[in-house]
Design a protein around this ligand. Structure first.
Ligand code: SAH
Length: 212
């Protein structure tokens, strides 16, 4: 197997060719140690452009999908971002490098605990976590400049739109088992501006926490 540096360079080149062109996003992906976020048996595949299994029957997203979603979110360094579906914490960590603060919600406590350890290891001090049902958002911290959902919803959750600033952007996969698309929703004075940008396959957004 080629050394990690060569594998990282190859992955970044592939992402650039596939549409991730924003330099700040590519720079963060290049430096974020994805091997820290995958389960040990899969560490050798950390720099492949593929989704991988994590605990609680969930997955860490494909790097291309993380890159495209992050790029579409257009995160600025003064922004307050809400993320639903912490999972491994990889996407959270990427957002934390670009935003002022990231609030992230996960319904499986063991996943959140493991992600929190990774944020500590990486010295990321601008992430606030919560076990809960992300479909309800985080009303106490609203409004947000940006919101990202990394599990597939049937429709745009109304509570999340309500917690988005005017001019704010929400990126999420919508659809069902048959097919999903990533969409970018911009909240305007008049309503919502919706654009679809990539067909994807995500685990479903499930209401409630995993603790009953
Ligand atoms: N961004 C993650 C992807 C994790 S998969 C990563 O890069 O690793 C999606 C995650 O969303 C799963 O961990 C799942 O448990 C979580 N999830 C699904 N529905 C949820 C909900 N209603 N509230 C919070 N988290 C949810």
């Amino acid at each position: 197997m080629p050394p990690a540096d060569a594998r990282i360079t190859r992955l970044i080149t592939e992402l650039r060719r596939s549409g991730v062109t924003e330099p700040s996003v590519l720079a963060v992906l290049e430096r974020m140690p994805r091997d820290l976020f995958v389960a040990p048996p899969f560490a050798h595949q950390a720099w492949e452009n593929t989704a991988l299994p994590i605990a609680c029957s969930q997955t860490i997203s494909q790097p291309l999908v993380v890159g495209m979603m992050t790029q579409e979110l257009q995160v600025g360094e003064r922004m307050k971002v809400l993320e639903i579906g912490t999972g491994s914490g990889y996407q959270t960590a990427v957002l934390a490098k670009l935003a002022r603060r990231v609030y992230t919600i996960e319904r499986h406590r063991p996943l959140l605990k493991a992600a929190e350890e990774r944020f500590k290891t990486l010295g990321l001090h601008n992430v606030t976590t919560r076990v809960g049902d992300g479909t309800l958002g985080w009303p106490e911290q609203a409004p947000f400049d940006r919101i990202m959902v990394t599990a597939a919803a049937h429709d745009v959750p109304p509570a999340l739109v309500a917690q988005l600033k005017i001019g704010g952007i929400l990126v999420l996969p919508v659809g069902d088992e048959a097919g999903q698309d990533l969409i970018r929703v911009t909240r305007t004075e008049e309503g919502l501006d919706i654009r679809s940008f990539l067909p994807v396959r995500f685990v479903p957004l499930v209401e409630g926490t995993a603790e009953g």
